[in-house]
Design a protein. Sequence first.
Length: 727
Amino acid sequence: MPARPYEAVVVSHTHWDREWYRTFEVFRHRLVALLDALLDLFDHDPRYGPFYLDGQMRPVEDYLEIRPDQRARLEAAFESGSLYAGPWYVQPDEFLVSGEAIIRNLLMGRDACRHWKTGAPIGYAPDAFGHIAQMPQILRGFGIDNAVLFRGITADQVAAEFAWRSPDGSEVLCAKMPDDNAYSNWFYRLRETLADTDRGVPMDRDRVVQEVLGLLNDSLRERPTTDALLWMDGVDHIFPQPRTPDIIEIVNEALADRVTAKSGTLVDYLEAVQRQSPELDVVTGELRVSNRAWKLQALLTHVASSRINLKQRNHACETLLERWAEPWTAFAWAWTGDEGATTSLDPDPQPFIRHAWKTLLLNHPHDSICGCSIDQVHRDMLPRFEQVEQIGEMVTRTTLDRLAGLVDTSFTREDRHDPDVIGALVVFNPLGWSRQCDRVTADLFVPTTVACDTIGIVRNGAEIEAEVEPLPSCHTLTQAPHDIPVGHAWRRFRVAFRADAPGFGVSVYHIIAKTSAIRARPSDTVLTGEDWIENRWIRLAVHDNGALSLEDRRTGQRYEGLMAFEDGGDVGDGYNYIAPKTDTVLRSDALPPTGSDATARVERRGEDAAIIVTHTWYLPQGREGDARDGATQAPVRIVCEAVVSPSSPRVDLTIQVDNTARDHRLRVLFPSGASDAQSYTVEQAFGCVERPIRLPDCTGWKEPQPGTGPQKTWVDVSDGSRALAVI
């Protein structure tokens, strides 16, 4: 026992999953009732509070959309400190969203906190499925010197408080909430007493004392580094508990020689720890340890591949905003200044971009983006992605149209190719360095009033090689400010050619009407055979089973069995991959073949060449209980394209799967041959992380450490003499 009693800070809160096992609108009904009750409780019992709104500001907006009449009461609660929230806009998953999305989340959370005169400088991530390595650095960038979390590290590894360090050296004080009751240790120990509130049963003082003694013992097993204890009075979607002040009074009367308790904030607890300057263990990097001790803190790493369509749509939306809409609107402002950046017919794009980000962030809570909620929740996510796409494409298109209108696309007599010039094509380079001979593809619209069989592309007075593909004709509408929509009829052509452009700049090409185009000739630097392609750097070949071999012509290294497929059963759920008790694991490259019929061909595509592999794989239709049912077969078609260009030492892959089977896990394999490698490296937000290949002994673990894990855009493995990256 310490020289003085332990000091417990009781943090009243609710953990608010915006959507999960119920939809957002159903949960919002409960949120409105909860905040109504909270505001009433503040009025009726001045002892109650403060109350923490789960570290996120979006629930405030969700509430006010239904209860706009309660704005004044809500403002008063925030200003008095009875209610506090932030720093997040929503509680995100950290691995499945981009680093920029994490920053925008905190920025919008900070803006909302400032508006409401609140804001807790707390790195609160109570239920995220692990934590990225750069989070301490990100938090420090927002002036936050702490983190409070649950998953990703276990109590047998660290004490109740430790120092968490990013690879750059940024460090925060980290409070580790208990493995077995997370952000709810007060709630679970006092659950019966708290539940008596709903039953109208008077409080049993003796039982309260025993429950709190149990809580104290639980806390000491977590190895606190000071005499400050954190007692979390809340759980998922829980209402404020009016008995909390009475329970605290009982604790201070009956157990004053052992522990004192007070209602407070997470900041109160963290400052109490910091005042005592404890010696802390240091943990560096990502926190991704799975559940060892059969408690609540499962890592649930397999959510990284649940409902993969959500991850694809999210990545596309993030790319649209981060790589297109925002850079080009910034470019337009820098190039033209405030006056030229917008027009009366083209409003300021920044509010639209902000709205797009806010909409996208609503899909980033872990129960949403992880794909582990009920079906309707994930159906509700799709319109949000669509809205972001509509806004991002509209902003990008209008910005580029405006910029193109400022580019000099006129012809001089010297460089005019012939009288049939029908327009100009402006090529934009969004990167900070020049691009030479990069392949550009564009769909061009030619008025049906223009007589032409095809089109050609001219640069500096000379026609250049291009691939031109006619597309179906179409009609579009335009509308002037003071007129009704007017229709236009177009011929369409898809054109591909090699273009140059300066860094963060533009180049101009001209379009001419033609009876026949100069086709792009096969490049003499990309050679092909019946089953192979090569350029100056690499040679790619396909085998009868559809797998690829790759030779690095510079080093002589060969990589065999690339782009083979493995398929096994999966009887798990949105959270976990679980192999059937009786499983049949199939390989597309097995000899003899296991139900896979592969065909391959080599195809010239102008200067490029491609190997196209088509698998028709007969897989078990689904599961039968805990076993994979092999009696009924389903044809699964997989089309793979491997493209080699004359200007790159890489292979560009596209894989399309027409999935007609159920309850299975399909994986694509890229053996590196780096047999002496001890680790592999993946990209995540603002950094890369090295992970060991050899797994720990997981005997007896509730959740064995998986051999799979999340990555953003690339993974590579090397043993010093061989390396392979998939980007």
